[in-house]
Design a protein around this ligand. Structure first.
Ligand code: SF4
Length: 353
C-alpha cells in the first residue's frame, strides 16, 4: 500500500466555503421566478482511492489486453460505473464458471473475494487480477494473523455483503463469527478457552460500530482490537462531512447505489444528525420531488463508489427548479493513492503491442 498524491482525474473540489451561482439556462438571464435554494456540498464525497484503483484496473486491463475483460461481480457498487465499463468491453460475471476463455483477464472486485476464488482461478490457469482494495486486504491479513495465533475472530459487519463474504472466506468455516447487532453481542457464545479478537467491515457506520465494540468489550474485557481502525478513511471522512452538514439543511441527498454499504450509512448518518429528509438516489429520476418542495437548504454527498458526474446531474436537476447557490463544506483533505495491481504495472507476456 502506498500513499501519495491522488489522481488529478478524481480530485475533489477542495474550495471549501466557496460560493458559486448556477444559471440553469446557461445564459445570464435573470431567474427570479424560481425559489432560492442553498446547496451545501459535503467534502470529501464520492470516489475513494480503492474505487479509483479498481476502475483504473479494469480500464488498464482493457487498454493492455483488449476486450473482453471479465470482472467477477460489480467492480464497485455503482450501476453507472458498471454500465460505462460494459460499453468499453468489460463483461461482468457472478462466478468464475461463467468465464468461457481462461486466456482473458479476470478481475476480482474492490470488495475482496474468499480464498476459494483465487484458488479456483489458479487451478483453471486464469489470468487473474485482484482489484481488492488494500484496506480490505489489511482486514483479511489481520484475521489470518489472529487465526494463526489461535484466536477466535468476531467480524462486525453485514451478512451477505460481498466484503463480509470475502473476509469470512479467508479462513476455515467456524473460525469467524459474524456480529451484526447489539443483540448478537448479547447472545454470543464464543468457543471455550480461546482468546477473542475482532475485525470489522470497512464501510460501517462509525457510531454503530463503536456501540457494538463497546458492547463486546463490556462482555469480553480481554478482546483484542485491530492495531489500526478497520473502518476505512473514506467511510469515516464522508460520514464526518455529513454530520457537519446534516443539521444545517432541510434535506440531504446521498448519491449512490442501494447496494452500496457506505452510501446507505451516509443516509442513516444524516437522519441521525437531525436532517428531516435524507434520501439515497442513484440518478435524478429517483428523486421524489414531493419531499423536496419547501426546502431552502439542501445537503448533497456521494458514496465512495459514486462518480462526481452524478453529483453534477443532481445539482443541475435542482437548478432547473430553484435558483441555486452551491457551497462546499469541507471537513478533511484526502490524498490517499493506491497503485494498480502488479499485473497491470509490469509488462506481461500477452500484453498488446
Ligand atoms: S470505501 Fe474504503 S475500503 Fe472500500 S474501496 Fe474505498 S477506500 Fe477501500
Amino acid at each position: 500500500m502506498a500513499y501519495g498524491a491522488a489522481s488529478p482525474r478524481f480530485l475533489d473540489i477542495a474550495c471549501a466555503r466557496q460560493k458559486r451561482r448556477r444559471d440553469p439556462f446557461g445564459t445570464s438571464a435573470p431567474v427570479t421566478a424560481k425559489p432560492p435554494l442553498d446547496i451545501l456540498l459535503c467534502a470529501p464525497r464520492g470516489f475513494c482511492a480503492g474505487v479509483v484503483r479498481a476502475i483504473d484496473a479494469v480500464e488498464k486491463a482493457l487498454a493492455l489486453h483488449g476486450a473482453p475483460v471479465f470482472v467477477r461481480h460489480e467492480i464497485v457498487h455503482n450501476k453507472y460505473v458498471v454500465e460505462s465499463l460494459k460499453r468499453k468491453g468489460a463483461v461482468f460475471v457472478a462466478e468464475l464458471s461463467e468465464v468461457p476463455d481462461a486466456s482473458r483477464p479476470v478481475i476480482f472486485s474492490a470488495h475482496g473475494v474468499p480464498k476459494s476464488v483465487p484458488a479456483e482461478a489458479q487451478a483453471r490457469q486464469f489470468f487473474a487480477i485482484d482489484a481488492t482494495c488494500p484496506l480490505v486486504t489489511k482486514v483479511h491479513r489481520e484475521a489470518e494473523v489472529h487465526h494463526k495465533r489461535g484466536r477466535h475472530i468476531l467480524l462486525v459487519g453485514h451478512a451477505g455483503h460481498p466484503e463480509v463474504i470475502g473476509t469470512m472466506g479467508q479462513l476455515p468455516e467456524g473460525a469467524i463469527t459474524l456480529i451484526e447487532t447489539l443483540e448478537d453481542v448479547a447472545r454470543l457464545t464464543p468457543p471455550e478457552g480461546r482468546d477473542l479478537a475482532y475485525v470489522t467491515q470497512t464501510t460501517l457506520s462509525v457510531d454503530d460500530t463503536r456501540e457494538i465494540v463497546q458492547g463486546l468489550q463490556a462482555r469480553f474485557p480481554a478482546l483484542i482490537a485491530p492495531h489500526k481502525e478497520d473502518i476505512c478513511y473514506a467511510t469515516t471522512n464522508r460520514q464526518e462531512a455529513v454530520k457537519r452538514v446534516a443539521p444545517l439543511v432541510d434535506g440531504l441527498i446521498v448519491v449512490g447505489s442501494p447496494n452500496s454499504s457506505n452510501s446507505q450509512r451516509l443516509r442513516e448518518v444524516a437522519e441521525r444528525a437531525g436532517c428531516p429528509v435524507s434520501r439515497l438516489v442513484l440518478r435524478t429520476n429517483e428523486i421524489d420531488w414531493s419531499l423536496f418542495g419547501d426546502i431552502r437548504r439542501l445537503g448533497i454527498t456521494a458514496g465512495a463508489s459514486a462518480p462526481e458526474v452524478l453529483v453534477e446531474e443532481i445539482i443541475d436537476a435542482f437548478a432547473e427548479r430553484y435558483e441555486v447557490t452551491v457551497e462546499t463544506v469541507s471537513t478533511a483533505d484526502e490524498s490517499v493513492f493506491f497503485p494498480l495491481p502488479r499485473e497491470l504495472r509490469e509488462p506481461t507476456p500477452n500484453a498488446a503491442e
